[in-house]
Design a binder for this molecule. Sequence first.
Ligand code: ACO
Length: 428
Amino acid sequence: MPNTKEFDNTVNIGIESSPLDLPVITGTYDEKGIDISKLLAKTGHVTLDIGFKNTGSTTSTITYIDGDKGVLEHRGYRIEDLASEASFLEVCFLLLKEHLPKRAELDEFVGSVQDYITPPAGIKAILDAMPDDTHPMGMLSAIFASLSGFYPESLDSWTSEEVRWRTIYRLLGHMPGICAYIHRRKANLEYIDPNPSLGYVENFLYMMSGKVDPVVADALDTLLILHADHEQNCSASTVRFVGSSQVNLFASISAGNSALWGPLHGGANQAVLEMLEAIKNDGGDTDKYLDKAKDKNDPFRLMGFGHRVYKNHDPRAKVIKRYADVVLDKLEVEDPVLSIAKGLERAALNDPYFSDRKLFPNVDFYSGIIYRALGIPVDMFTVMFALGRLPGWIAQWKEMREGNEPIGRPRQIYTGHDTRPYIPIGDR
Ligand code: ACO
């Protein structure tokens, strides 16, 4: 059971010689957070923590990460167990409904999602109207935002539990079709409508390519589980932050998806493969690229390396690396960039620049190699991340709304010009 003991301790800080006791919140695994909610009122000071490196934005019961030990759990279940034992929709249920489903509960949940497996026809028209060069993530953010137009009841979905769940099921149900339509639009191929007799992941593959390989479906199901949630990262925090204005779920998810797109977040999976290709085409000299990554005058970073929270290893990366070998083997795919990736990892782990800074491969380092082996084009990789992360975003949004969290509105320290007189344009 979650074990958040509120205010069981205080810390004392002195500001301008006046002592102030601040309550300390302790989490399930004894993590400590100083509650500064009364700081401004009592002292006139705010805290400054650019990039939120030290700042907790909420308490949450969804996901636990121990960055020093490389532990990731959803609702108390280890990611390694979920990846090897559960199905993606079972993990969706767990994230959204807070417990592992019994068989009948899962069947009902799967049925509710499958009811919405066909996206509205108008989505194809929106995609058709977009310029050919639009990035798939730009398409996805636009489609998420457009869903509120197809389903106006979602605008105030919080007022009714029934409408709220219908909105959630619609979003989950439509997602494989939306992603597959985006791929077909980009590849200039005819759209394929879903086959209701197929499962969630199988349908996605069918709508992508018109065929379903059980090995590919199984691999993809596991990859989606590994991406399902990751607590208060940039995109989840965006979903919660935007949602705290009480805008609808679709708009909040659209904003979170845009956050995911960036190369420092989910966009890294595309960037990794492009980097590995560049290394291969440049003769496979990994040392040259390690030197570039270490050079502070060079903006190049080793993509797929480093993480804000993991300072030991990313448990998802470990599973994915093992999986890359198995999947490529099963599919009889030989990809030269896999050995470049392994060589790069080995060299980086033995290099003091990376070990001193605790930089390890993250979830994105090997995922692209598997996606490519599964036949998914590189510019769709971040969309694949979004397909997996959707239940996490929804769970974060739901928890934020259920907790009645106030609108997110940080403070700042103003460092601009002080007051000065306005000078008419002719006199400047
Ligand atoms: N290559 C080279 N140096 C790196 C890298 C990297 N990939 N990552 C961090 N560093 C260095 C920084 O230059 C910095 O060095 P310094 O102390 O000498 O200045 C130090 O390590 C700390 O890095 P920060 O940028 O301060 O760490 P932060 O927590 O802000 O950033 C991040 C984490 C964004 C993931 C970063 O490691 C990075 O840019 N990685 C590459 C992009 C990537 O793979 N992103 C995916 C992350 S996982 C996900 O979002 C799904």
